[in-house]
Design a protein around this ligand. Structure first.
Ligand code: FAD
Length: 173
């Protein structure tokens, strides 16, 4: 039987909401931007498509995250969709302390930094930034797209998973 997660007076508890949203399987991305010659990155899974024509995507960034101000300042961002070998990178860019520290490497596409070795790179220019509760929705026009073969890193119920397609994901573009 389904468990009611809202309280009797209809309050949605933030932790329960987070857990419920965690059952929506997603990929994992690193969002990157550059301000005054300094690259900043953060892990995000609130990334989605918006429009094909014009080509638009969206990232939802916590207003409390440094990234939010940095995107507002630069007006540009990159999205790197991670492959299954990049779990450490996603933990690093979420602010976790790793036993073995890593030094991320960036690659520049159309003036936007992206993380090396990712499955897909989107270089974007912000078209709209909408405040939404405690987050900001940054809609970006896709200026450039790059793809590499590999298996994705997956996030589900608060932990990283991997899917192994054994080479079946060799999409041709
Ligand atoms: P910080 O916390 O200061 O930076 C993040 C980390 O990246 C720090 O360890 C910093 O040292 C490192 N870093 C930044 N730039 C560089 C650089 N140039 N070189 C080397 N290291 C660098 N939050 C959201 O708002 N939206 C989401 O969709 C979202 N999805 C998430 C999905 C997952 C799977 C996880 C684990 C976390 C997610 N988060 C999301 C949380 C978010 O990643 C963290 O809150 C993050 O710490 C916010 O980053 P910040 O911009 O405040 O900067």
């Amino acid at each position: 039987m389904a468990q009611e997660l809202t309280t009797e007076d209809g309050v949605v508890d933030a932790l329960r909401l987070r857990k419920a949203l965690g059952t929506f399987v997603s990929g994992v991305t690193i969002v990157t931007t550059e301000v005054d010659g300094e690259v900043h990155g953060m892990t995000a899974n609130a990334f989605t498509s918006v429009s094909l024509d014009p080509p638009l995507v969206l990232v939802s960034i916590a207003a409390a995250a440094k990234m939010d101000d940095r995107i507002k300042q630069s007006g540009r961002y990159g999205v790197s969709i991670l492959c299954k070998q990049q779990e450490d990178l996603s933990l690093h860019f979420a602010g976790a302390r790793l036993k073995q520290p890593i030094a991320p490497e960036f690659q520049w596409r159309k003036g936007v930094p992206l993380v090396k070795g990712a499955l897909v790179h989107f270089a974007c220019t912000v078209t709209d930034s909408h405040p939404a509760g405690d987050h900001t929705l940054h809609v970006g026009h896709v200026d450039a797209l790059y793809h590499e073969h590999g298996d994705p890193l997956v996030f589900f119920t608060g932990s990283f998973k991997s899917l192994n397609f054994q080479g079946e994901t060799t999409w041709e573009f």
